[in-house]
Unconditional design. Structure first.
Length: 343
């Protein structure tokens, strides 16, 4: 005969051991205790821990109308950028007394719809969206349902967001290459439906155009945000009749793929072909040839998106935030070789 299961410790049990009324014990164990002395709060909490009491979050949510849960939608957590942002979101949410529920959408509208419906069925309090594209309706659907939301990393006009100033980041990359003397350059553009790919590319190309060296369409390659895509796009650029002397990849993972393509073309990164990535992931500084990159404040994006969502939960209208990018120069960028300087 199996042993009898231990009965869960109830709030009444904690109150009895603490010799206080149940309402006092409940107040002491709430996240924002009020009307209960500090000594009593500490004594009740110590006893609750010793007795193994676990607060019934779902029941508390029914009473307060809040689940204390924040939903987070990302294309895929295997992306180091998104994993870094989510880590910061989770830490900031936890510090504010919230849990997080994360879902991979694979950058696909149907996947996003299914994942979002599953989140809403759990009565989440708000959503942080990290996979927005031009034409997406997720934000509008949430607005219609009265669910607060904030975009992170990517932007859409008319929706609150926390991101890097990606246009300025593209401009910084272009100015650096122009100062080094590069004129024939290529761009691995990422997904042009995502603001990250579009704005970084636009800032870069407009800066070169303003300097009198427009980047032809043949020297731009759209791609997914992945290392294999960077390799394919980099190979296409290196196979041009006159390959670029420098390449700007709008994501460090794309730059990593481009490194292989440059090597396979019989060229050396940093000496024969300059290369700039974006986001300045930890791996950028530790590569055999350390990667020049545009640094994004990934942790800041995560924590500030939580701050913005918490304001929205209070009924405030959150304002969009653009964090400043920073150029970090390393060994992959140098002036063009004598051969490459001819254009």
């Amino acid at each position: 005969m199996p042993p009898a299961r231990a009965r869960p410790v109830t709030l009444a049990t904690v109150a009895r051991h603490a010799q206080v009324h149940v309402s006092t014990a409940s107040g002491a164990l709430s996240e924002t205790p009020s009307g209960v002395g500090a000594d009593t709060v500490q004594r009740v909490r110590d006893l609750a821990t010793a007795l193994g009491y676990r607060r019934d979050v779902s029941a508390a949510g029914l009473r307060t109308g809040s689940s204390r849960l924040i939903g987070v939608l990302v294309p895929r957590l295997t992306d180091l950028v998104l994993a870094s942002i989510y880590e910061s979101i989770d830490a900031a949410a936890s510090a504010a007394g919230y849990g997080t529920v994360v879902a991979n959408t694979l950058d696909d509208p149907e996947h996003r719809r299914v994942r979002l419906d599953a989140m809403l069925s759990r009565r989440i309090d708000g959503v942080i969206i990290g996979d927005s594209h031009n034409g997406d309706s997720a934000g509008l659907e949430l607005r219609d349902r009265g669910v607060p939301y904030v975009l992170v990393m990517r932007t859409l006009e008319g929706h609150p967001s926390v991101s890097t100033d990606d246009y300025q980041g593209g401009r910084l990359a272009a100015e650096h290459l122009l100062e080094l003397g590069h004129r024939r350059v290529g761009v691995i553009c990422g997904d042009q439906l995502a603001s990250t790919g579009r704005e970084r590319t636009l800032g870069f190309r407009r800066t070169f155009e303003a300097a009198g060296y427009p980047v032809p369409d043949a020297y731009t390659a759209a791609s997914a945000f992945s290392t294999p895509s960077g390799a394919v796009a980099g190979a296409a650029l290196m196979q041009l009749p006159k390959p670029p002397t420098a390449i700007f990849a709008v994501h460090d993972l794309l730059a990593l793929g481009a490194m292989g393509a440059i090597r396979d073309a019989g060229r050396q990164v940093g000496r024969d072909v300059a290369l700039i990535g974006y986001n300045d992931l930890d791996l950028a500084a530790t590569l055999p040839v350390p990667l020049t990159s545009i640094r994004s404040d990934l942790a800041g994006m995560g924590s500030q998106s939580v701050d913005a969502l918490l304001r929205a939960l209070k009924g405030e209208v959150p304002h969009s935030v653009l964090l400043p990018p920073e150029l970090v120069v390393r060994a992959t960028t140098s002036p063009p070789s004598a051969e490459g300087a001819v254009h």
